[in-house]
Design a protein around this ligand. Structure first.
Ligand code: PLP
Ligand code: COI
Length: 366
């Protein structure tokens, strides 16, 4: 499907009655995750004749959809997750936003949707951050950005829709897990799977998350923070968590993470952690790792740490693993040393504390 090659100017329509300074400051004190939203959003439309057009930053408000809107029936929807950070010296930084733009386009292609050209995606993100800059928290918190796109044609035939909406909303966020830096617990799901070969596992589409919710609810029932999925064919190989990739740290200086093969999300945090770990002299193996091997390695002591990683979660140590046959601890059940180091290095880059030699951060001038 062709995308418009013109880069439209992004119009700015300022909110006439934004949240008051006092209410915003209060909301930023302890925002939690995904509960508080800024004053504005980005909106753009796609039609076959005009391509992407009418891109604007506009006051955040409910969207009105026709009840026959295709997304409500066939779930043609994709999204991204990224953050804007306020450095201690006041700079506003994005972390590898080009990677989000690229993945958004790849998700679009998989879901037969018109990709948003990278330059429109990046400009829209920057304009929204600029307009809502006062909503970027300082310290450990950040502004979570949620670009998404959905089919908006009122038509019930099953085929790619002919109309789409691209939107970005923003939400100041603190830690994703309530326990903060405490190690998280996982439930190993052996019945439900997330994605099969040839499916949509590598796309960031809402349907993947809808399909994962029953397993996440099972995890919660067992007092676990997150679900970990096994592969769909053999129910044997570790894939990823409901909203994060996973790494295993061995006592021989190697680090193992499941390979990208189309069934897991190619995480930007995952890719960054691989670079940081290799630069520390660790051997990173992207290879299939079975649940049986995981259990055996935890029991033998070969596995010394494990962590989950993603934009929302950053890096979270994994302490306890629960499964249908029992449970086990990784190491002493606390967040490990390497996990803490890697987290600090990543956050240092994201927050502009560490010198960014790799060009991973993009400064937004306000
Ligand atoms: N896996 C899933 C299923 C996710 O939802 C996420 C979060 O976006 C990730 C992995 C990590 O991806 P990233 O590091 O790009 O945020
Ligand atoms: C993200 O990290 O951006 C995600 O989409 C995962 C979700 C847990 C919020």
């Amino acid at each position: 499907m062709p995308a418009s090659s013109n880069t439209p100017e992004i119009k700015i329509e300022f909110h006439t009655s934004p949240v008051s300074d006092a209410d915003r400051i209060q909301a930023l004190e302890s925002p939690g995750f995904g509960k508080v939203f800024t004053d504005h959003m980005v909106l753009a439309r796609w039609t076959p004749d005009k391509g992407w057009h009418n891109a604007k930053v506009t006051p955040r408000r409910p969207l009105e959809l026709d009840p026959a809107s295709a997304v409500l029936h066939y779930a043609q929807e994709i999204f991204e997750g990224m953050k804007a950070y306020r450095a201690d010296d006041g700079r506003i930084l994005l972390f590898r936003p080009e990677e989000n733009a690229r993945r958004f386009a790849q998700s679009a292609i998989r879901m037969a949707m018109p990709p948003v050209p990278d330059e429109i995606f990046l400009k829209a993100v920057e304009e929204l951050v600029r307009v809502d800059k006062d909503w970027i928290p300082s310290g450990d918190a950040s502004l979570y950005l949620r670009p998404f796109m959905f089919a908006n044609e009122a038509f019930l035939g099953v085929r790619p829709a002919q109309e789409y909406i691209f939107c970005i909303i923003a939400s100041p966020v603190g830690a994703y897990f309530k326990g903060g830096a405490k190690a998280v617990s996982l439930w190993v799901e052996t019945e439900y799977t997330r994605a099969a070969n040839g499916g949509t596992g590598a796309a960031k589409c809402g349907g993947n998350y809808a399909a994962s919710l029953i397993a996440q609810a099972e995890a919660s029932k067992r007092n676990c923070d997150q679900v970990v999925f096994l592969d769909a064919a053999e129910h044997r190989w570790v894939e990823e968590l409901g909203g994060m990739n996973v790494f295993f740290v061995m006592n021989d200086g190697s680090v193992v993470t499941p390979p990208l093969g189309g069934t897991i999300l190619p995480g930007i945090t995952r890719a960054s952690v691989i670079v940081l770990a290799e630069e520390k002299g660790l051997r990173v193996e992207q290879r299939p790792y079975s649940f049986a091997e995981w259990q055996a390695d935890a029991v033998s002591g070969k596995l010394v740490e494990a962590f989950a990683c993603g934009t929302a979660a950053v890096l979270a140590g994994i302490g306890l693993v629960r499964h249908a046959g029992g449970e086990f601890l990784i190491g002493d059940g606390q967040t490990g040393k390497l996990t803490t180091e890697l987290r600090q290095e990543l956050v240092g880059l994201q927050k502009g504390v560490t010198n960014d030699e790799r060009g991973w951060t993009r400064r937004i001038l306000v």
